[in-house]
Unconditional design. Structure first.
Ligand code: UDP
Length: 406
């Protein structure tokens, strides 16, 4: 893990000084993070960088995982889809399975900490054993603006007992008896996923992966999930193929807590069948340098999500100065101002139009990427994200509902 000073080049010296000052007020505190997977997806990506940074700043963080069988992950994936607004059928036994799995985890996990960040629905029920005096924060990474009522009502019973809830965008806020705070996610500019790579490193990695660079690459990096709309990406690409020379690259992996990946991957393979300019690449979840090199080697990055909590891949690409075309959903509009720091689309046709246009107007595309990089620098780096969590922890510790003294 890089030293905290090394972040000054990306985030600015003032941001680092401010972070140090706030962290000094929390030195020695135990901070528990709980989610449901150590690898795959945005939450694991963030925690793998934030937990070491907390240590570097003098706190004592721990990262625990809730565990369950395949049936538990099938239920929580239904929760995830339902909260994102894709209708799901939940039965009484699904809810009971969730309660039973929580009970088993309550016995297995060490929940002792001064402050706990409990991520998403999977571990939300752990609130049943919150230690006295601890401050518990439910950290939601999901777009709740269109949530399915039965699932939210069930979850709300747990969330209402936390000390605070954290959401990624104002439009995700809910009617809750606890205060809600907006803290968008972030990327680590010094991680293998995002650090600078030399042209030689990039071409070596692409060569090793067997990705030819003789045509411009249009890339989407995403778990194989229907809400990332990989089939829509393929449809849009097929529409522009008569007019452009380019390759489409769909890079994906699996997450331990996502049981639908294999099925979606086979649908994607079927949709790409017989098209030599569509490459589908499955990488192991630790392929950070590979993803970094692929994003840097691409001419355009897509994130054509239909629903999105935040979409770390958008910030990752913008940080690399890449033009991004992304769905105007969830947290993506926080990252992209249309026609200034990227392109927001709502349809397959819109995505196809902008892909063609940006390939034909490289100077304009470059400017979008440059503006995007500065926007990420100001708003979506790990140092800002941790600062926000620490301010929230101080606020909760102060016991004052209206005031924070730093
Ligand atoms: N990712 C990865 N390998 C893959 C697909 C995704 O490393 O094959 C990473 C991606 O670079 C990003 C994270 O997983 O850091 C996905 O976060 P995002 O917020 O975009 O979506 P989520 O998966 O959390 O819905």
């Amino acid at each position: 893990m890089p030293k905290i000073e090394e972040y000054a080049a990306a985030a600015g010296a003032n941001a680092i000084e401010e972070l140090r000052g706030i962290a000094s007020r929390l030195r020695g505190r135990t901070i528990l993070n709980v989610n449901s997977t150590a690898v795959g997806g945005g939450v694991a990506e963030i925690l793998s960088r934030m937990v070491p940074m907390m240590t570097e700043l003098g706190m004592k963080p721990r990262w625990e995982l809730v565990k369950g069988g395949e049936d538990f992950y099938a239920v929580t994936k239904k929760f995830h889809n339902a909260l994102h607004g894709t209708p799901q059928e939940l039965t009484a036994s699904d809810f009971q399975l969730y309660r039973d799995t929580m009970r088993a985890n309550l016995e297995a996990l060490d929940l002792d900490a001064d402050i706990a960040l409990i991520h998403d629905p999977q571990p939300a029920g752990l609130i049943d054993r919150k230690p006295p005096g601890a401050k518990w924060i439910w950290r939601c990474h999901i777009d709740l603006s269109n949530r399915q009522t039965d699932v939210w009502d069930f979850l709300r019973g747990y969330v209402s007992r936390y000390d605070a809830a954290v959401i990624s965008s104002p439009s995700f806020s809910q009617d809750l008896p606890v205060k809600q705070f907006m803290v968008p996610p972030s990327i680590d500019p010094l991680s293998d996923k995002n650090r600078e790579l030399s042209p030689q490193e990039i071409s070596d990695i692409l060569d090793r992966l067997g990705i030819p660079l003789d045509k411009p690459l249009i890339t989407q990096v995403s778990r194989f999930d229907r809400l990332k709309d990989p089939i829509g990406v393929i449809s849009a690409f097929r529409k522009i193929q008569p007019y452009v020379t380019a390759r489409l690259l769909l890079v994906g992996g699996t997450a331990d807590d996502d049981p639908e990946g294999a099925q979606v991957l086979s649908e994607v393979r079927a949709a790409a069948e017989g098209n030599p300019d569509i490459i589908i690449l499955c990488l192991p979840p630790t392929s950070n340098m590979e993803i970094n090199a692929i994003q840097r080697a691409s001419s355009l990055i897509l994130q054509k999500s239909l629903k999105e909590g935040f979409g770390l891949t958008v910030s990752e690409a913008l940080w690399k100065g890449k033009p991004v075309i992304a769905g105007a959903v969830g947290g993506i509009p926080l990252q992209i101002t249309h026609k200034y720091s990227g392109i927001l689309t709502r349809t397959v046709d819109g995505t196809a139009y902008w892909m063609k246009r940006l390939l034909h107007e490289p100077e304009y595309a470059k400017r979008l990427g440059e503006n995007g990089r500065e926007h990420v620098r100001d708003n979506f780096l790990l140092t800002r994200h941790l600062r926000d969590y620490l301010l929230l922890a101080l606020y909760l510790e102060s016991g004052r509902r209206d005031f924070i003294h730093l």
